[in-house]
Ligand binder design. Structure first.
Ligand code: SAM
Ligand code: CA
Length: 246
């Protein structure tokens, strides 16, 4: 007869298998896209997604299912004042802009204006460009400036971080001051292409390998931060939601 310990291990293993089989194939992911995401994707987002697909760095874009998730989340939260670090051609930015009320705001930062300008005509045509305050340049000095000014403390409902992964902890130090208590920071790509569980000698692409340690360091630091509650979701490349509680 199995001991109590063995029974518990069995139960644990069973649950694990259950989770893994959730998305057991590419076909299942395709099913999500085709039954839930594409039929309800707003026309401007489809246009921006198709435009971005032709760009050489299109691997960076937010996936359509994650765009749908962000949109739902922002509406549930009644978010109004938001920030995005890492815009690229603007798919997550447009998802956000469409989800916010007409007087909603997005402070959007990227070191590359050219890519933002590729998507901008679609954002303008969608009638939501007035919500976007785009700042070209590295995000960190802008955050430092905002902290120094003082008036931005605790003012953001939602902050989406999707830029240089080696700075995520530096962002976190500042963003935790800027997000309001009860507000949310979403760190994107926290499963980093699955590399967070790759063997140390696994053959990883150079950039994946370089950023992996930073992502893993963040993944260790967030659950230990008493100022937040977290939830890591396997949407897209993994997103960790952090709700500020104090
Ligand atoms: N959220 C975007 C979307 O939905 O398409 C994808 C963002 S892409 C993964 C990362 C972006 O971060 C790039 O456009 C890059 O130029 C930008 N970036 C890199 N370092 C940055 C920095 N220090 N400050 C601001 N943006 C930065
Ligand atoms: Ca991302």
């Amino acid at each position: 007869m199995a001991s109590n310990n063995e029974q518990q291990n069995q139960a644990g293993r069973h649950q694990e298998v259950g989770h893994k089989s959730l998305l057991q194939s590419d076909a299942l992911y395709q099913y999500i896209l085709e039954t839930s995401v594409y039929p309800t994707e707003p026309e401007p987002m489809k246009e921006l997604r198709e435009l971005t697909a032709k760009h050489p760095w299109n691997i960076m874009t937010t996936s359509a299912d994650e765009g749908q998730f962000l949109s739902m989340l922002l509406k549930l939260m009644n978010a109004k004042n938001t920030m995005e670090i890492g815009v690229y051609t603007g798919y997550s930015l447009l998802a956000t802009a469409l989800a916010l009320p007409d007087d909603g705001k997005i402070l959007a930062m990227d070191i590359n204006r050219e890519n933002y300008e590729l998507g901008l005509p679609v954002i303008q045509k969608a009638g939501v460009a007035h919500k976007v305050d785009f700042r070209e340049g590295p995000a960190l000095p802008v955050l430092d400036q905002m902290i120094a000014e003082g008036k931005y403390h605790g003012t953001f409902d939602f902050i989406f971080v999707d830029a240089d992964k080696d700075n995520y902890l530096n962002y976190h130090k500042r963003l935790i001051e800027l997000v309001k208590v009860g507000g949310l920071i979403g760190y994107d790509n926290t499963l980093w292409n699955g590399s967070v569980v790759a063997a140390p000698d696994a053959p990883l692409r150079k950039y994946v390998k370089y950023y992996r340690d930073f992502v893993m360091e963040l993944n260790k630091a967030l659950p230990a931060d008493p100022r937040i509650e977290i939830c890591m979701l396997p949407v897209g490349d993994g997103i960790t939601l952090c709700r500020r509680i104090k």
